[in-house]
Design a protein around this ligand. Structure first.
Ligand code: NAP
Length: 282
């Protein structure tokens, strides 16, 4: 139980509802900001993470028509031990947290959240692959770029569906792991040699990897699903010129499984809060 812990939940979408639900069960005092359109009868106050702000501090609020802007002066009014939790972050948020001398925890950087999130992410990727092709994933030629927390789940799941999967990585450990997984490894330096005859290319590398040189070796039959954070790792303008369908597909967990995505955040967050609470009690 987190009885008595005061938490402000500022903005968000359906995922934050799961966080509010979980924290309410744990008897926290919750202060909600940006949830005035919500008809859920939450009674407690709420406070909590912001899935980042814009560069001007505006917090996205699906459940309010009011603009919510988080400023340093707000953080200055919190007690010194107050911790700010955010999904992702940006220079603005980092700056106001630093100026206010408050700890900022970026939840999406944590391995546990990234690995749990890879589950709804791969389900969303399968959905997109089905929607944008007229053949089965089974038997198709798939290239996955990156063997990080998302890439590994994508590669394994597409292989389990019967696709012929090759995976591009740059570290020798990743190349060894790809081999161990029974998949075909290649070094990303040789990417252009490996995109010549693939049906679906799924990118998880957050840098410009599918550049003009690589795209000019691809045929227009290839579908690119770029999962990397904005702006993605594809030269989308050039892909369009080449007649290659390339989709930037951010935020799949929140789209295909907002409840699960919210529960993932809620579970990890409540564990972190319990640790904090225990620390404070010492
Ligand atoms: P991650 O664990 O850090 O994996 C990224 C991988 O990219 C690492 O294995 C890294 O390899 C590799 N990499 C980075 N730069 C490279 C380069 N220049 N050449 C070759 N490989 C390179 O990150 P993640 O959690 O899997 O997330 C990957 C991306 O997907 C992020 O941008 C994340 O925001 C995004 N994402 C999107 C969704 C969605 O719904 N679309 C969902 C989850 C995550 P090294 O280890 O060698 O550096």
């Amino acid at each position: 139980m987190l009885t008595g812990l005061k938490i402000a939940v500022i903005g968000g979408d359906a995922r934050q509802l799961e966080i509010i639900r979980k924290l309410t069960e744990q008897q926290t005092d919750i202060y909600l900001v940006g949830f005035d359109q919500l008809d859920h009868g939450f009674t407690g106050a709420v406070n909590l993470p912001v899935s980042a702000t814009t560069g001007e501090g505006v917090v996205s609020t699906v459940f309010s028509n009011e603009e919510v802007v988080l400023k340093q002066e707000h953080l200055d009014q919190t007690p010194a031990h107050c911790v700010i939790f955010s999904g992702i972050s940006n220079a603005y948020l980092e700056n106001i947290a630093a100026q206010a001398n408050r700890k900022l925890v970026k939840l999406f950087e944590r391995d546990d959240i990234a690995i749990y999130n890879s589950i709804p992410t791969v389900e969303g990727t399968i959905m997109l692959a089905i929607q944008h092709t007229d053949y089965t994933i089974h038997g198709s030629q798939v290239a996955v770029l990156g063997l990080g927390r998302t890439g590994m789940t994508i590669a394994r799941t597409f292989a389990a569906l019967g696709a012929n999967v090759k995976v591009g990585a740059r570290s020798s450990a990743h190349l060894a792991r790809i081999t161990e997984m029974g998949l075909v490894p290649f070094h990303t330096d040789e990417l252009k040699e490996h995109v010549k005859d693939i049906d679906i290319c799924i990118n998880t590398i957050p840098s410009m990897i599918l550049n003009q040189t690589v795209l000019s070796c691809m045929t227009p039959k290839t579908l690119i699903l770029d999962l990397a954070s904005r702006p993605g790792g594809t030269d989308f303008k050039y892909a369009e010129k080449q007649g290659i369908k390339a989709l930037l597909a951010p935020g799949l967990p929140g789209i295909v499984a907002p409840k699960t995505a919210g529960q993932i955040l809620a579970n990890v967050l409540s564990k972190l809060l319990a640790e904090l609470h225990a620390e404070e009690g010492k």
